[in-house]
Design a protein around this ligand. Structure first.
Ligand code: ADP
Ligand code: MG
Length: 353
């Protein structure tokens, strides 16, 4: 047999093998942690061991960061009555990140909001509407700048309490993703109660197809193609209560007023490299509202976003404009661009289309 024929046969054989190749091994975990339902799907050899380690990682972090579990780092800090508390390395890192983000967002992210959240009953599901005077008194003890973090020691003024719920899940997602990668996983999708984190692409190399939640009801808002990133959505549609007079009160509070954020937004989705950044920004940009969020994005960069306004408009930053397809053909989508058009004097989207 001559060489050319041999090469041809080999190539044919390889093609046949590739076609007959079994589906990549799939490993899964579904569990309840951090007050939410979580799922992880990972592909490849040894994926199950990596998934199990990632789940264990999240559960360990929950026992450090829970506000309600006695014995957690956060519980200890919140009940130390002014004394310094030594916390685990991961807790110090999470708190340090949360304080940095509080500073960057001008306090829209406020890690010491716990007493106010408790007054509304969001921490216990015993919902109520606090009086103005009660909120004003509680807000006296809300100020991230007064948290003293030195190395792994945390000290709060008496009366202050931490709640890192707005960033903890994103941070946990990053550490779970790290555990998966360390276990050799190159393709996985984590869904931590709506916080989605993608490792690589789908096993066939195509991007993940993620459905974004519709803040106005059932069915999704649209489809986002994504890979190797975190996609994190916040809104007051997901956790709220309705008072006797019919008023709807959502769980994301404006730290300025101590009342549910009422910024004109229905939801904020952040697409970022890291879950922690996505989580911190999805909550704080929701508080800021569309205009301030847009200015923040333009100034800071490093992430993309999809804002849905109460009026139903969808604002998408240019970096993911092509990756996002709303389900409704008629949806009012506006692309936010970085460029300021000199002639128009305002931000334009026309030149993108
Ligand atoms: P979820 O954790 O429900 O996915 P978020 O990441 O947006 O949603 O976090 C919202 C949670 O963060 C609230 O349930 C509350 O515990 C806390 N929180 C509410 N408002 C703020 C705020 N302005 N800054 C920091 N944490 C907040
Ligand atoms: Mg958040």
């Amino acid at each position: 047999m001559n060489r050319a024929l041999c090469a041809l046969l080999c190539a044919l054989l390889l093609t046949l093998c590739a076609c007959a190749a079994p589906e990549p091994e799939e490993a899964q975990a579904s569990f309840f942690a951090m007050n939410t339902y979580m799922t992880m799907t990972a592909y490849g050899a040894n994926a199950q061991a990596a998934v199990d380690r990632a789940q264990a990682r999240i559960e360990a972090l929950e026992s450090l960061w829970s506000v309600t579990q006695e014995g957690s780092d956060i519980y200890a800090v919140n009940h130390a009555q002014g004394q310094p508390v030594a916390v685990h390395e991961e807790t110090a890192a999470l708190l340090s990140f949360a304080l940095d983000m509080a500073e960057e967002t001008g306090g829209a992210l406020e890690p010491t909001l716990y007493p106010v959240l408790a007054a509304w009953g969001f921490t216990t599901d015993a919902h109520r509407v606090p009086e103005e005077a009660e909120l004003a008194a509680l807000l006296e003890n809300v100020d991230y700048a007064r948290v003293r973090l030195q190395g792994e020691n945390v000290q709060l003024d008496p009366g202050m309490m931490l709640d890192l719920g707005a960033v903890g899940k994103g941070y946990a997602g990053d550490l779970a993703a790290q555990a998966l990668r360390e276990g050799g996983v190159e393709s996985a999708l984590l869904n931590l109660g709506g916080n989605v984190q993608a490792i690589g692409a789908r096993p066939d190399g195509s991007p993940w197809r993620l459905e974004l939640p519709n803040p106005f009801g059932e069915g999704g808002l649209g489809l986002l193609l994504a890979q190797d990133c975190a996609v994190i959505t916040s809104g007051n549609y997901e956790n709220y209560f309705v008072a006797e007079d019919g008023t709807v009160y959502g769980h994301i509070l404006d730290p300025e007023t101590g009342r549910p954020a009422d910024s004109g937004l229905a939801s904020v989705t952040i697409v970022a490299q890291e879950g922690r950044l996505g989580d911190a920004l999805s909550t704080s940009l929701f508080v800021m509202g569309a205009q301030r969020a847009e200015a923040f994005w333009r100034e800071r960069g490093g992430f993309d976003m999809i804002l849905v306004t109460q009026a139903g408009e969808i604002l998408v930053t240019e970096g993911i404009a092509d990756a996002f397809t709303p389900y409704e053909d008629q949806a009012a989508v506006r692309v936010l661009t970085r460029e300021v058009r000199a002639d128009a004097g305002h931000f334009s989207q026309e030149n993108l289309e």
